[in-house]
Design a protein around this ligand. Structure first.
Ligand code: 2NL
Length: 356
């Protein structure tokens, strides 16, 4: 009996057609792998046919073997082609989903700004630095201070009204401990520890027990300045402050007016007005129709103050001055209510230019 011929070429063609169909219609790599396993995997239908060759007569084996190999190669090729196509499609889909349009505008991240009080404080300090003054580190000086550094060293008489409970915040720590009402404490400490020549600027926060209004608040910022050396005169004071005022308000020389005044810590003392920035002296609501705005207090350091700090007033003289930062910012930036500086109202803060 002839060895059986399990292969009928029609069956082989059908198997090939089914396998090719299964592979080429796979739309995912998973389906493709499943089809591969089913037909040309280790126990796949075509693989099994190859294994069956050993049962075929030696006579038919080469021909049948060649046929099966041909089919197997075709199916392998179809698998490789489809695999390549699906992998390329997957990659394209991935690239598409990860596409970045580098020309798209970025999401804006709001820029922080320095507070207007910080801006004007820096402006003022750097103007004085340009004239040889050194800015004292406000963090190095206490805001909770003793009566000695806030009043006594500054030649305030014991019964001076500024020492009164109405103006100064006293603490419950001790009867002589208070919140400083001016930054002079910083300068007193500096003068006590350093020898002339002394040229310093002391910015900082000060407290006064005021009735709150659009012009007054219970805290404000002050910048004081002090120059102690041999042969310092009132002319030096005038020259320095006139130069400062013109630089701060910009442009040409601004007319100023020095009026006699009184402070316990300076003698003689003056209050300094600048010609109104809004009406140029013609008179308006801001300057109360006087044409002048008061912006500074100043004077020659009182001999008692120098003495209190261990400096001989016969050898050294000095001038000193002080200004309210809020008041200057209100004038320069046209702000009509001091309280707005402390509310963190974004509509107000956004008026000012980004500082970084
Ligand atoms: C002000 C007016 C002033 C001073 C402050 C001062 C400091 C020392 C000695 C002498 Cl250590 N004087 N400071 C002088 C005159 C005026 O401040 O701030 N008005 C708002």
């Amino acid at each position: 009996m002839n060895a059986r011929t399990p292969f009928d070429t029609n069956t082989l063609d059908q198997l090939k057609a089914i396998a090719l169909q299964a592979l080429t219609s796979s739309t995912t790599l998973k389906a493709l792998e499943d089809a591969k396993v089913q037909y040309i995997g280790r126990s796949g239908e075509i693989t099994l046919l190859k294994r069956g060759l050993k049962d075929i007569s030696a006579e038919d084996r080469p021909k049948t073997g060649a046929l099966i190999n041909l089919v197997s190669q075709e199916v392998e090729h179809a698998y490789a082609v489809q695999k390549d196509a699906l992998e390329t499609a997957d990659l394209n889909a991935q690239l598409l989903s990860e596409t970045l349009d580098v020309t798209m505008p970025g999401r804006p991240s709001p820029l922080g700004k320095l507070h207007p009080l910080s801006v004007i404080t820096e402006d003022i300090c750097s103007l004085f630095e340009g004239m040889g003054f050194t800015v004292l580190d406000d963090n190095a000086c206490p805001e909770v201070e003793t009566e000695f550094f806030n009043f006594e060293a500054l030649n305030f008489p014991e019964d001076h009204p500024a020492r009164d409970m109405q103006d100064t915040y006293y603490t419950e720590v001790a009867s002589n401990v208070l919140l400083r009402s001016q930054t002079s404490n910083s300068q007193i400490r500096h003068m006590s520890n350093n020898k002339p020549p002394i040229r310093i600027i002391s910015p900082g926060r000060v407290y006064r027990n005021e009735e709150v209004s659009s012009r007054k608040y219970v805290l404000f910022h002050q910048i004081e300045g002090l120059y102690v050396d041999k042969n310092v005169t009132f002319a030096d004071l005038k020259g320095t402050l006139n130069a400062f005022i013109s630089s701060l308000f910009g442009g040409n020389e601004r007319p100023t007016r020095f009026r006699p005044s009184y402070f316990p810590f300076t003698e003689p003392s003056a209050e300094i007005d600048v010609q109104c920035l809004f009406c140029q002296g013609d008179g308006c609501k801001v300057c109360g129709h006087s044409g002048w705005l008061e912006i500074l207090g100043a004077g020659m350091v009182h001999p008692n103050v120098l003495r209190n700090c261990g400096i001989d007033p016969d050898e050294y003289q000095g001038f000193a001055f002080g200004m309210g930062v809020e008041r200057l910012a209100m004038l320069r930036d046209a702000v009509d209510d001091i309280r707005i500086f402390y509310t963190n109202d974004q509509r107000f803060l956004k008026r000012f230019q980004p500082s970084i």
